[in-house]
Design a protein around this ligand. Structure first.
Ligand code: APR
Ligand code: ZN
Ligand code: ZN
Length: 361
């Protein structure tokens, strides 16, 4: 029987979000209904509300979530009712060329639930990133659920579903940071802060945090930065060079998504270093570089999408490290809020006041 639950939707471009009742169908083949326990507020939710991603309003927002599997449809083997899971937006197909070549991070057939959740009048909802978890319950593909240790705090676990995983993965997966490496992270919000934490986990010897906001630099120190640079007052490329014996960093993570910070990342790396681009630019942004500089510098320029994570490999591992006290994922939860406070959380996010606000149910 379809169920009615409370949820946060964006009805039209630019309009404030609203709490309303939605209809969640029973899970069909390959699907699961999850009772959401916590869901973080991410920039991407705001981008949906502003019509910046596509225009399939109304959106059911929320996608950084953890909860309990309530029911599963036919043929589901991944999870069963009662499992504590983190939701992901990369349920890989296992069949495409990328999957078959052992690179499921680039799967081109990631899937979501086939059925649609709706408003009471039958209007179909577009779930953010195929999840839609600012809702008491949501319908997803079973492959979007990754079972993790239920001892983990839901508000903390859910963050691995998007931004924190993107930052940790930018360092440990895409950047492949190793023991003794020097790392610079440009932009230390939730994503960059997680890249700092990931670099520490990977054994980096120096972690240089760069931001224009001293509050973020202070937090970055707590997350593991060994040096901080305020790029409003100090040239970050020069500072990074100076702090790395004139070489530049082995790995530079860009977690802002702007031309000037892309450029800084490009020039702040060691000649053999790696630049990891995790900040998402807007479509009109461009960057001009002297070709001789592109040619003359070795190393690698990589973009990192979802931290090149494999949920089934990375979520349980990171949750275990967190439960062992070796990864302070709780540091990203600035505040927990109720479902009706998402709009205010967007406001605080906009002003840079929080790493993450998390809705708890
Ligand atoms: N130089 C350095 N830091 C900057 C600059 C700049 N020119 N402009 C902004 N910042 C800092 C902000 O002060 C903030 O600390 O970048 C940080 C951005 O953090 P958040 O706004 O919290 O965003 P976050 O969730 O971390 O995401 C960062 O990664 O995945 C992408 O879409 C995401 O593009 C976004 C980026
Ligand atoms: Zn695939
Ligand atoms: Zn997100």
């Amino acid at each position: 029987m379809a169920q009615q639950v409370k949820a946060v939707i964006a009805r039209a471009k630019g309009a404030p979000v609203e709490v309303t009742t939605i209809v969640v169908p029973d899970p069909g083949p390959g699907e699961a209904v999850v009772r959401i326990q916590a869901c973080g507020v991410c920039h991407t939710d705001l981008h949906y509300r502003e019509g910046g991603i596509n225009d399939e309003f109304p959106f059911l927002l929320g996608h950084e979530a953890a909860g309990i599997v309530e029911s599963v449809g036919e043929g589901v083997t991944e999870v069963e009712p009662g499992d504590f899971v983190i939701l992901n937006w990369r349920a890989v197909c296992g069949q495409c060329r990328a999957c078959k070549r052992g690179r499921p991070q680039y799967c081109f057939n990631t899937h979501n639930a086939k059925q649609k959740m709706t408003l009471l009048d039958g209007t179909e909802l577009s779930p953010a990133l195929g999840i839609g978890a600012f809702a008491e319950k949501t319908l997803v593909a079973a492959g979007q659920c990754t079972k993790v240790d239920p001892a983990a705090e839901p508000a903390v676990a859910g963050l691995l579903g998007c931004g924190v995983m993107a930052g940790l993965g930018a360092a440990i997966n895409t950047g492949n940071v190793g023991r003794g490496d020097t790392v610079a992270v440009i932009g230390c919000g939730g994503v960059g802060g997680a890249a700092v934490m990931g670099s520490r986990l990977a054994g980096a010897s120096e972690i240089i945090a760069v931001d224009i906001d001293d509050r973020k630099l202070e937090t970055a120190r707590k997350l593991g930065a060994t040096h901080t640079v305020n790029s409003r007052t100090t040239d970050p490329v020069e500072a990074i060079r100076e702090l790395t014996g004139g070489n530049g960093a082995d790995v530079v993570v860009e977690a802002v998504g702007r031309p000037e910070t892309y450029q800084q990342a490009f020039y702040a790396r060691d000649l053999a270093g790696t630049v990891v681009l995790v900040g998402v630019p807007t479509p009109e942004m461009t960057l001009e570089l002297p070709l001789l500089d592109v040619f003359g510098r070795g190393g690698a320029l990589k973009s990192s999408w979802y931290g090149d994570c494999l949920p089934s490999r990375d979520f349980p591992m990171l949750i275990d490290l967190y439960l062992q006290g070796r990864l302070d994922l709780g540091a990203f939860v600035t505040e927990t809020i109720a479902l009706d406070a998402v709009e205010q959380a967007f406001e605080r996010m906009h002003h840079g006041d929080v790493l993450r606000s998390v809705v708890v149910f």
